[in-house]
Design a protein around this ligand. Sequence first.
Ligand code: GLU
Length: 474
Amino acid sequence: MTQSVITRFAPSPTGDLHVGGARTALFNWLYAKAHGGKMLLRIEDTDRERSSKKALESILSGMTWLGLDWEGEPVFQYERARRHQEIAEKLLASGYAYRCYASPEELNEMREKARARGLSPCYDGRWRDRDASEAPQGIKPVIRFKMPKEGETKLQDRVQGDVTWKNEALDDFIILRTDKTPTYMLAVVVDDHDMGVTHIIRGNDHFTNAARQIHLYRVLGWNLPTIAHIPLIHGPDNRKLSKRHGALSVNAYRNIGYLPEAVCNYLVRIGWSHGDSEIMSLQQMIEWFDLPSIGKAPGKFDLMKLQNLNGYYIRHSDDEKLVTAIESLLPRLSATSQIEAVPDTSRHAKLLAAMPELKERSKTLVELWEKAAFLFTTRPLTLESKAAEILTDHVKKILKALFPILQEDEEWSSASLESRIKKFACEENIKLSQIAQPLRVSLTGKLTSPGIFDVLTVLGKKESLNRISDQIES
Ligand code: GLU
């Protein structure tokens, strides 16, 4: 019987769920789904100072919003400290690890030496073969793992390919600190083993850690999971992605009106592709996703692409679903946008009626909502002062002449209104903008709004004529 696939997402709760972490979670989730397996969630909270409840909540809610569900309860790494100590003791007892009493000064000296020779910081193994009787008094030791000093370490990475490290370049790393807390290097191996993880899919920043972790698996007699290190995400300037590049947390994308399906679609396409397919449903992703087709080069973050995809998903979303999504954002929107959350009993119906027009040109739900704001202002409108200046007597005369022409429009569609208004402009020998702007002001109270024909159609004939009439009669 083949072993069923178990992947895991193992975030450290030291910050929000960001684009990179979310993509790692998505890849793990897709791989598990594609193979009829499951994805587990492990919270790597051993760094007590940097871990926070807020970050944990951000990670859990971000994943839930994206639809990346995990099997069972999350495992909290800190709670497993006893088990990590037990394994460290076992390694000590079997001679695969040793107590190291090197002082901070000694370690510093080693670091300086390595640096001077152009090497990365390296522990020189000075306590590897020393007898415990030589241990200095009053110093608490760390426990280090005995790496092989010769030979090579090989890894068949499902994304990076076959890699070889020379063992002489890998020093004896710490597995248990002086306060008996485990290091990442030990905890991750013990937890992956105990959780039955078969596939480790994680960021390439952990690539060299694998060279060390492989040896823990070996001496503990545990099966090495399949390993895949996915390239990191870079900004357009080829540097590691950060806030500077406009990359936000997953929850921030939700709050500014992105749809989870757009974010997932965007994430999966960073560094992975399936032919020329740009748009894919979760179902298609599950069907097509595989590790070898992930590129080795860092993926590029492209905000425009994300926006365009979101626009696509908005255009293709069901109107009712969009209205519900906007409504669920409203409590947050009233704080972040200038528009007050409108307690309008007919809000749902109005938004729904306007949706076919509005969704065509909006890249986010917030944009949709802002474009819809004019629907909820009550008559007579209070005009913004700059907007009011436009409605001179001369302009009002033009609107008065247009009024009966609009009244006659039985169809009241964008097309019928456009043709009537254009014809009127032509006959009066005035530019379309000279009509559009005063109309906009009368209908919305503002100088900017969605296209004027959309405004007329989403307001409907009665409300539009009433709003115009309010202004030309005043
Ligand atoms: N906790 C690590 C991180 O957030 C991941 C460790 C792993 O996947 O092995 O980068």
